[in-house]
Write a protein that binds this ligand. Structure first.
Ligand SMILES: Cc1cc2nc3c(=O)[nH]c(=O)nc-3n(C[C@H](O)[C@H](O)[C@H](O)COP(=O)(O)O)c2cc1C
Length: 203
């Protein structure tokens, strides 16, 4: 076979493979701590490792606050959400608890869902039918009962399925075994939720 033909076949194969991978159901952990390598990250990393989900560190991106004139529409939010909407079927929000609530970075991220309802509506529509879940991290086992409320309600509003949450904390710079065990179970749950409608598609 001529070298040119081999090269062209190879290119077609790679393109097909790329599309196939894109179509594969997958998950992403959106990490919203104010620091990249803090406590939330330790737990999110364990879940990422157990689930195979990709982790995106939001603090490294430029994500501005919601603006009524959409002045921040050139920042990293829309490209990220375009990719998330195209490549992932499960979105896991990982946030520390700051003042009884999600981090400010995560709240900005949530406020920007409004961009997807008013401007980039196609991205917003693509979120419908996907799965949302939550990882929270504070200084101990207690978490306010209402904490998951905004996540669950937002999932409902966007037509997403809420798959539950994991709460964790760090003791002496390590993940306590109770939290590690819960994280392993959570990872298995979100992986199973990802494949719940896959049926025969699974390899
Ligand atoms: C600004 C700020 C506010 C906090 N507020 C709370 C709180 O309301 N409840 C709580 O249990 N812990 C609170 N904490 C403790 C953090 O939730 C805890 O240290 C967490 O593990 C930090 O995760 P990180 O390293 O990813 O930021 C707060 C910490 C900070 C820095």
């Amino acid at each position: 076979m001529p070298a040119k033909l081999i090269l062209s076949n190879m290119r077609s194969f790679l393109r097909l493979e790329k599309n196939r991978n894109k179509m594969k159901k997958n998950g992403v952990i959106l990490h919203g701590s104010a620091r990249s390598n803090g406590n939330t990250r330790m737990i999110a990393d364990l879940v990422a490792q157990q689930s195979g989900f990709e982790l995106v560190d939001l603090v490294k991106l430029k994500i501005g606050a919601f603006d009524y004139d959409f002045k921040n529409s050139e920042d990293d939010y829309l490209p990220l959400m375009r990719r998330v909407s195209e490549e992932f079927d499960s979105l896991v929000f990982a946030t520390p608890i700051y003042w009884y609530s999600m981090s400010g970075l995560m709240k900005d991220f949530f406020d920007r869902f409004t961009d997807l309802l008013r401007v980039e509506k196609e991205i917003g529509r693509k979120l419908s039918g996907k799965t949302m879940s939550l990882i929270s991290c504070s200084s101990g086992p207690e978490r306010p009962d209402y904490f998951a409320g905004p996540f669950e309600a937002t999932a409902g509003y966007l037509g997403m399925h809420y798959a539950g949450d994991l709460h964790g904390w760090i003791e002496g710079e390590v993940i306590p075994e109770t939290v590690a065990q819960a994280a392993r179970e959570f990872a298995a749950r979100i992986k199973n939720a990802l494949h719940r409608d896959e049926g025969d598609e699974r390899d």
